[in-house]
Design a protein around this ligand. Structure first.
Ligand SMILES: [Zn+2]
Length: 247
Protein backbone atom coordinates (compact mmCIF):
# COMPACT_ATOMS: atom_id res chain seq x y z
CA UNK A 1 0.00 0.00 0.00
CA UNK A 2 1.35 3.48 -0.79
CA UNK A 3 2.01 5.57 2.30
CA UNK A 4 2.29 9.25 3.13
CA UNK A 5 3.31 11.33 6.13
CA UNK A 6 1.35 13.98 7.98
CA UNK A 7 1.44 16.16 11.08
CA UNK A 8 -1.94 15.42 12.58
CA UNK A 9 -4.25 16.44 15.41
CA UNK A 10 -7.07 14.15 16.52
CA UNK A 11 -10.32 16.14 16.26
CA UNK A 12 -12.77 13.34 16.82
CA UNK A 13 -12.69 9.60 17.36
CA UNK A 14 -15.18 6.83 17.20
CA UNK A 15 -14.86 3.27 18.46
CA UNK A 16 -15.17 0.80 15.63
CA UNK A 17 -15.49 -2.98 15.79
CA UNK A 18 -13.70 -4.84 18.58
CA UNK A 19 -10.51 -2.87 18.89
CA UNK A 20 -10.30 -0.19 16.20
CA UNK A 21 -10.97 3.52 16.13
CA UNK A 22 -12.01 5.80 13.30
CA UNK A 23 -10.28 9.15 13.68
CA UNK A 24 -11.09 12.53 12.20
CA UNK A 25 -7.70 14.17 11.77
CA UNK A 26 -6.67 17.71 11.02
CA UNK A 27 -3.38 17.48 9.12
CA UNK A 28 -1.02 20.25 8.11
CA UNK A 29 -0.42 18.75 4.67
CA UNK A 30 -3.81 17.40 3.59
CA UNK A 31 -6.41 19.26 5.65
CA UNK A 32 -9.12 17.21 7.32
CA UNK A 33 -9.29 13.48 6.71
CA UNK A 34 -10.69 10.32 8.26
CA UNK A 35 -8.43 7.35 9.02
CA UNK A 36 -8.72 4.08 10.85
CA UNK A 37 -6.39 3.16 13.71
CA UNK A 38 -6.42 -0.61 13.89
CA UNK A 39 -6.06 -2.11 17.34
CA UNK A 40 -6.03 1.38 18.89
CA UNK A 41 -8.10 0.29 21.85
CA UNK A 42 -5.83 -2.66 22.62
CA UNK A 43 -2.22 -1.67 21.99
CA UNK A 44 -0.74 0.26 24.90
CA UNK A 45 2.03 1.93 22.92
CA UNK A 46 -0.22 3.97 20.70
CA UNK A 47 -3.09 4.98 22.90
CA UNK A 48 -1.67 8.28 24.24
CA UNK A 49 -0.66 9.49 20.81
CA UNK A 50 -4.18 8.97 19.53
CA UNK A 51 -5.95 10.71 22.40
CA UNK A 52 -8.46 13.40 21.56
CA UNK A 53 -6.71 16.71 20.70
CA UNK A 54 -3.24 15.10 20.73
CA UNK A 55 -0.75 15.95 18.01
CA UNK A 56 1.59 13.52 16.33
CA UNK A 57 3.60 12.83 13.24
CA UNK A 58 1.91 9.99 11.39
CA UNK A 59 2.59 7.60 8.58
CA UNK A 60 -0.68 6.76 6.84
CA UNK A 61 -1.32 4.01 4.32
CA UNK A 62 -3.82 4.45 1.49
CA UNK A 63 -6.76 2.15 2.07
CA UNK A 64 -9.78 1.08 0.01
CA UNK A 65 -12.30 3.10 2.00
CA UNK A 66 -10.36 4.68 4.82
CA UNK A 67 -6.65 5.35 5.06
CA UNK A 68 -4.90 3.44 7.82
CA UNK A 69 -2.74 4.89 10.58
CA UNK A 70 0.49 2.92 10.20
CA UNK A 71 2.92 4.73 12.52
CA UNK A 72 2.54 7.41 15.18
CA UNK A 73 5.14 9.62 16.83
CA UNK A 74 3.66 11.78 19.52
CA UNK A 75 4.32 15.53 19.51
CA UNK A 76 3.22 17.65 22.40
CA UNK A 77 1.09 16.93 25.37
CA UNK A 78 -2.56 17.64 26.16
CA UNK A 79 -2.87 16.24 29.67
CA UNK A 80 -3.98 19.52 31.25
CA UNK A 81 -6.80 19.75 28.73
CA UNK A 82 -8.12 16.27 29.44
CA UNK A 83 -7.85 16.84 33.20
CA UNK A 84 -10.03 19.98 33.23
CA UNK A 85 -13.67 20.20 32.24
CA UNK A 86 -13.60 23.80 31.00
CA UNK A 87 -10.41 23.26 28.98
CA UNK A 88 -11.89 20.06 27.53
CA UNK A 89 -15.07 21.94 26.59
CA UNK A 90 -13.00 24.67 24.91
CA UNK A 91 -10.96 22.11 22.96
CA UNK A 92 -14.21 20.37 21.91
CA UNK A 93 -15.42 23.69 20.49
CA UNK A 94 -12.15 24.18 18.58
CA UNK A 95 -12.42 20.64 17.18
CA UNK A 96 -16.10 20.99 16.25
CA UNK A 97 -15.60 24.34 14.51
CA UNK A 98 -12.62 23.05 12.52
CA UNK A 99 -14.50 19.87 11.60
CA UNK A 100 -17.54 21.89 10.42
CA UNK A 101 -15.70 24.53 8.39
CA UNK A 102 -13.34 22.22 6.50
CA UNK A 103 -14.13 19.99 3.59
CA UNK A 104 -12.20 16.74 3.40
CA UNK A 105 -8.66 17.15 2.06
CA UNK A 106 -8.97 20.87 1.43
CA UNK A 107 -6.35 22.45 3.69
CA UNK A 108 -6.95 26.08 4.73
CA UNK A 109 -3.70 27.96 5.00
CA UNK A 110 -2.64 28.78 8.60
CA UNK A 111 -5.50 26.81 10.16
CA UNK A 112 -3.32 23.93 11.37
CA UNK A 113 -0.94 26.31 13.12
CA UNK A 114 -3.84 28.19 14.70
CA UNK A 115 -5.20 24.95 16.15
CA UNK A 116 -1.74 23.87 17.39
CA UNK A 117 -1.23 27.21 19.16
CA UNK A 118 -4.75 27.21 20.61
CA UNK A 119 -4.47 23.68 22.00
CA UNK A 120 -0.99 24.41 23.41
CA UNK A 121 -2.34 27.47 25.15
CA UNK A 122 -5.40 25.64 26.45
CA UNK A 123 -2.98 23.07 27.85
CA UNK A 124 -0.99 25.82 29.62
CA UNK A 125 -2.47 26.12 33.09
CA UNK A 126 -1.66 29.80 33.59
CA UNK A 127 -4.04 30.79 30.82
CA UNK A 128 -7.74 31.50 31.05
CA UNK A 129 -9.46 29.00 28.75
CA UNK A 130 -12.27 31.50 28.10
CA UNK A 131 -9.88 34.21 26.93
CA UNK A 132 -8.02 31.68 24.75
CA UNK A 133 -11.22 30.37 23.21
CA UNK A 134 -12.47 33.87 22.39
CA UNK A 135 -9.13 34.64 20.72
CA UNK A 136 -9.39 31.45 18.66
CA UNK A 137 -12.92 32.39 17.52
CA UNK A 138 -11.78 35.81 16.31
CA UNK A 139 -8.80 34.24 14.49
CA UNK A 140 -10.84 31.57 12.75
CA UNK A 141 -13.50 34.11 11.71
CA UNK A 142 -10.65 36.12 10.23
CA UNK A 143 -9.17 33.09 8.40
CA UNK A 144 -12.57 32.26 6.94
CA UNK A 145 -13.24 35.86 5.88
CA UNK A 146 -16.09 36.38 8.38
CA UNK A 147 -14.45 38.92 10.65
CA UNK A 148 -17.12 41.11 12.28
CA UNK A 149 -17.47 44.74 11.20
CA UNK A 150 -16.32 46.85 14.15
CA UNK A 151 -15.31 50.21 12.66
CA UNK A 152 -18.39 51.21 10.65
CA UNK A 153 -22.03 50.42 11.36
CA UNK A 154 -22.99 47.55 8.97
CA UNK A 155 -26.47 49.06 8.57
CA UNK A 156 -25.87 52.78 7.82
CA UNK A 157 -22.09 52.58 7.10
CA UNK A 158 -21.35 55.55 9.38
CA UNK A 159 -18.16 55.27 11.48
CA UNK A 160 -18.91 53.76 14.88
CA UNK A 161 -18.19 56.06 17.80
CA UNK A 162 -16.36 54.56 20.76
CA UNK A 163 -19.62 53.87 22.54
CA UNK A 164 -21.88 51.00 23.52
CA UNK A 165 -23.73 49.33 20.64
CA UNK A 166 -25.60 46.23 19.61
CA UNK A 167 -23.96 43.25 17.89
CA UNK A 168 -25.99 41.83 15.00
CA UNK A 169 -24.86 38.45 13.63
CA UNK A 170 -27.30 38.92 10.75
CA UNK A 171 -25.57 42.13 9.62
CA UNK A 172 -22.17 40.91 10.78
CA UNK A 173 -21.09 43.68 13.09
CA UNK A 174 -21.77 46.28 15.74
CA UNK A 175 -24.68 48.59 14.97
CA UNK A 176 -24.65 52.26 15.92
CA UNK A 177 -27.12 53.62 18.48
CA UNK A 178 -29.48 54.78 15.72
CA UNK A 179 -29.61 51.42 13.89
CA UNK A 180 -29.29 49.02 16.82
CA UNK A 181 -32.29 48.09 18.89
CA UNK A 182 -32.65 45.52 21.58
CA UNK A 183 -35.54 43.77 19.86
CA UNK A 184 -33.19 42.58 17.09
CA UNK A 185 -31.37 39.25 17.19
CA UNK A 186 -27.96 39.75 18.73
CA UNK A 187 -26.35 40.90 21.93
CA UNK A 188 -25.28 44.11 23.68
CA UNK A 189 -21.72 45.40 23.35
CA UNK A 190 -20.37 47.80 25.97
CA UNK A 191 -17.78 50.39 25.05
CA UNK A 192 -15.06 48.27 26.69
CA UNK A 193 -16.16 45.15 24.83
CA UNK A 194 -16.02 47.07 21.57
CA UNK A 195 -12.45 48.15 22.36
CA UNK A 196 -11.42 44.56 23.16
CA UNK A 197 -13.10 43.20 20.02
CA UNK A 198 -11.25 45.78 17.91
CA UNK A 199 -7.94 44.88 19.52
CA UNK A 200 -8.61 41.18 18.88
CA UNK A 201 -9.59 41.87 15.27
CA UNK A 202 -6.32 43.76 14.79
CA UNK A 203 -4.48 40.62 15.96
CA UNK A 204 -2.71 42.32 18.84
CA UNK A 205 -2.08 39.18 20.89
CA UNK A 206 0.52 40.68 23.22
CA UNK A 207 -1.79 43.42 24.44
CA UNK A 208 -4.70 40.98 24.58
CA UNK A 209 -2.70 38.63 26.81
CA UNK A 210 -2.08 41.42 29.29
CA UNK A 211 -5.75 42.45 29.56
CA UNK A 212 -7.75 41.55 32.61
CA UNK A 213 -11.12 40.58 31.21
CA UNK A 214 -14.01 40.74 33.64
CA UNK A 215 -16.71 38.09 33.58
CA UNK A 216 -19.23 40.59 32.16
CA UNK A 217 -16.87 41.70 29.41
CA UNK A 218 -15.92 38.14 28.44
CA UNK A 219 -19.59 37.30 28.28
CA UNK A 220 -20.27 40.07 25.75
CA UNK A 221 -17.20 39.25 23.65
CA UNK A 222 -18.13 35.56 23.60
CA UNK A 223 -21.76 36.30 22.71
CA UNK A 224 -20.69 38.43 19.73
CA UNK A 225 -18.08 35.98 18.38
CA UNK A 226 -20.18 32.87 18.96
CA UNK A 227 -23.20 34.57 17.37
CA UNK A 228 -21.15 35.56 14.34
CA UNK A 229 -19.73 32.05 13.92
CA UNK A 230 -23.05 30.25 14.30
CA UNK A 231 -24.67 32.63 11.84
CA UNK A 232 -22.01 31.91 9.21
CA UNK A 233 -21.97 28.18 9.84
CA UNK A 234 -25.78 28.30 9.71
CA UNK A 235 -26.09 25.85 12.56
CA UNK A 236 -25.91 25.46 16.28
CA UNK A 237 -22.63 24.18 17.64
CA UNK A 238 -23.23 21.31 20.06
CA UNK A 239 -20.00 21.94 21.91
CA UNK A 240 -21.11 25.52 22.72
CA UNK A 241 -23.88 24.16 24.94
CA UNK A 242 -21.30 21.98 26.70
CA UNK A 243 -18.93 24.95 27.04
CA UNK A 244 -21.64 27.24 28.43
CA UNK A 245 -22.57 24.61 30.98
CA UNK A 246 -19.00 24.75 32.36
CA UNK A 247 -18.90 28.55 32.74
ZN1 LIG B 1 -26.02 52.70 11.91
Amino acid sequence: MPTYEADAIVLHRLDYGEADRILTLLTREHGKLAAIAKGARKGKARTGALDLFSRSHMMLAKGHNLDVVAEVQRRGDVRHISGDLQRTASACLVAEVVDKVLEDRHPVSDLFDLVVVTLDRLNGLSRSPRAETAWFLMRILDLLGYQPQLLDCPSCSRPLPEAAGWFSPLLGGVLCATCGAHDQAGSPVSVNSLKVLRLMAAGDGEVYDRLRLSEALLHEVEAALEGQLEYHLDRRLKSLDFLRSTR
